[in-house]
Design a binder for this molecule. Structure first.
Ligand SMILES: Nc1ncnc2c1ncn2[C@@H]1O[C@H](COP(=O)(O)OP(=O)(O)OP(=O)(O)O)[C@@H](O)[C@H]1O
Length: 241
């Protein structure tokens, strides 16, 4: 489980994340929705200990990321596809990560199979297409067999086959009982992938709901998204008091 308690982050006078509190439960895909610049990536970076909050806490299974004894076995993340050494093969990259994190080497071939890269795992990652790099990023996230997964805009730039692949994978991982938290600014895509939705705007919580609840209230999911985010789309953020 992921839990945020009054999580807040300022950049200068701008408040990027503004007192966010919510829980992300296991067993379902939870979509993290908001317009561009609403604070999704900053929130995910704080959950992963990559940015320090100015106030509040982000907890994974009840503890801060920094206090997890073996982080990769608790949480896997896909933040930025393409963050690989271009001259290294996918297999070499995963093997190095497994060795340095004390994970069994057998996981490398398992995750390569899961993401469909077994046949090309000896090729340099620098020759991979965007879709292949995204699959390698997912393989890294899965390497420690974590119970919690965070993915920031995983379908960005993918073709329809890649999008469907990610969608099916995430739903399968949630069905295994994992906590799956995935950000997007596209409600139509989220509606096909997520069960629950957390909607933010200007760093603030706008709604915690389900796709079914939203669909029942508005004419379309797009209308629902615009209604929820109408007052939060000037992209300028808010000023600190
Ligand atoms: N390192 C930084 N320095 C200054 N401002 C930042 C920094 N990182 C993010 N911000 C600002 O914080 C706000 C939230 O940005 P963030 O990237 O978290 O939003 P997002 O919802 O992920 O957006 P997108 O959908 O466009 O990726 C934005 O106004 C952004 O300009």
């Amino acid at each position: 489980m992921i839990e945020l308690r009054d999580l807040t982050k300022r950049y200068g006078r701008q408040v990027a994340v503004d007192g966010l509190s919510f829980r992300v439960q296991p067993g379902v895909v939870t979509g993290f929705l908001g317009p561009n610049g609403s604070g999704k990536s900053t929130t995910m970076r704080m959950i992963l200990g990559l940015d320090a909050p100015d106030h509040g806490q982000a907890l994974i299974n009840g503890v801060r990321y920094a206090d997890l004894p073996r982080p990769l076995t608790a949480v896997g993340a896909l933040l930025d596809a393409g963050a690989f050494h271009p001259g290294r093969s996918a297999r070499a990259h995963l093997s190095a990560l497994a060795a340095s994190n004390d994970l069994p080497g057998s996981r490398v071939e398992q995750v390569l199979r899961t993401v469909g890269l077994s046949d090309v795992a000896g090729r340099r990652a620098g020759t991979y297409s965007l879709g292949m790099r995204q699959r390698l990023g997912v393989a890294v996230a899965l390497l420690g067999d974590p119970g919690v997964l965070l993915l920031d805009e995983p379908v960005n730039g993918l073709d329809p086959e890649g999008i469907r692949w990610i969608r099916d994978l995430l739903r399968g991982l949630a069905a295994e009982g994992r906590t799956v938290f995935v950000s997007s600014h596209l409600i139509a895509e989220m509606a096909l992938t997520a069960d629950r939705l957390i909607v933010i705007g200007r760093g603030r919580l706008l709604a915690e709901t389900t796709v079914a609840e939203l669909a029942a209230v508005d004419d379309s999911l797009e209308d629902a998204f615009f209604r929820l985010t109408a007052s939060a789309t000037d992209y300028h953020g808010t000023e600190a008091a």
